[in-house]
Design a protein around this ligand. Structure first.
Ligand code: NAI
Ligand code: 13P
Length: 328
């Protein structure tokens, strides 16, 4: 029975998921790295640093000590992808479920988050929660649906029953790899769509980029063993459409800045919030090349992030590729 949920990570998404977990009045413990986030949640029932202006359920309590999570039945793990290994390593021999909510690939190892979590905590059962979910909307109870991927069906049903709220619907899957690849790849494609917006290339170009980006996501996903239906579902196409269409997306906004001619280094300097696509793009490009998977849009985003080419040069390169048949 999964009753008591804990959350690792006090950014916008960890906070919104704590709000979901506490939605029925269940006490929910959230670990945050920043003492000011712990103070703000416990004293003002708000996360002023990462989700300002959204009142939180008083059943959410914050802590700065990972050991306090020891009484939880399962943990939602909501750190940025590059920090997940280190933070999970701080748990003392965890043997209960971990629900991974970060969207990315580890730069150093080229691994997906479930592999990283398994290496950090080999006795934990792993689930992945991913889908089209801006934190600020979930935090105030606007309707949302996610993919909840876990190999063990009984565990999936228990986690789904615990997480489901009237306005928050998990859809079960056993395709952990597919759910993770959709979330990781869409962040890179959202940067590309932001570039289209910033450079004012038009709505047609954006729709073409979403479609051809989805073809790249599908080619890469199938090569890594994902199922096509997962990539076309909430955690893949659903999230791709959301983040490629809104300045609420940090990745889209980063791309918009690039499209307006600003340098990546300037856009990424001093930011406190995470744009995962900037970290995922280079490792995704390397992983795709290693498998012989063609991902020209991902390569174009990498070139822009490294300031190796101008926006006009990468657009010209994409438009002058040989004509080919549609499909994956
Ligand atoms: N914000 C959103 O709407 C959604 C975010 N996600 C994913 O959730 C994950 C977390 O993102 P957010 O909660 O939005 O973060 P955020 O951008 O709101 O906050 C940054 C987070 O990074 C953490 N951090 C910074 N340096 C760190 C370090 N050295 N070690 C550990 N943690 C560190 C901060 O403590 C903070 O929790 C990301 O993978 C993101 O893609 C997924 C769905 C929705
Ligand atoms: O993953 C998200 C929505 O599903 C949030 O997107 P950004 O990280 O681009 O803001």
């Amino acid at each position: 029975m999964i009753r008591r949920l804990g959350v690792i990570g006090g950014g916008a998404w960890g906070t919104a998921l704590a709000q979901v977990a506490a939605g029925g009045g269940e006490e929910t413990l959230l670990w945050a790295r920043e003492p000011e986030v712990v103070g703000s949640i416990n004293e003002a029932h708000e996360n002023a640093a990462f989700l300002a202006g959204y009142p939180l359920n008083p059943a959410i309590r914050a802590t700065g000590d990972l050991a306090d999570l020891g009484a939880c039945d399962a943990l939602l793990v909501v750190t940025p992808a590059q920090h997940m290994r280190a933070v999970l390593g701080g748990l003392d021999g965890w043997a209960r479920p971990l629900i991974l909510c970060a969207k990315g690939m580890e730069e150093a190892s080229m691994k997906l988050m479930h592999d990283v979590a398994h290496e950090a905590q080999p006795n934990a059962a792993i689930a992945v929660l991913s889908g089209p979910t801006f934190a600020h909307e979930v935090a105030i109870g606007k309707p949302a649906a996610v993919t909840l991927a876990v190999e063990d069906r009984a565990l999936g049903e228990a986690l789904s029953a615990r997480l489901a709220r009237p306005n928050f619907r998990p859809y079960l899957s056993d395709d952990v790899v597919g759910a993770e690849i959709g979330g990781a790849v869409k962040n890179v494609l959202a940067i590309a769509c932001g570039v289209v917006e910033g450079r004012r290339l038009g709505q047609n170009a954006r729709a073409a980029l979403i479609s051809r980006g989805f073809a790249e996501m599908t080619r890469f996903g199938l090569a890594r063993g994902a199922r096509a239906e997962t990539l076309a579902g909430l955690s893949g196409l659903g999230d791709l459409v959301l983040t490629c269409s809104s300045e609420s997306s940090r990745n889209f906004s980063l791309g918009k800045g690039l499209g307006e001619g600003r340098a990546a280094a300037e856009l990424l300097a001093d930011r406190r919030t995470v744009a995962e696509g900037a970290h995922t793009a280079p490792v995704l490009k390397r992983a795709a090349e290693a498998m012989g998977v063609d991902m020209p849009i991902v390569a174009a985003v990498c070139a822009l992030l490294r300031s190796e080419a101008s926006v006009d040069e990468v657009v010209e390169a994409l438009l002058s590729r040989p004509l080919r048949a549609e499909g994956f």
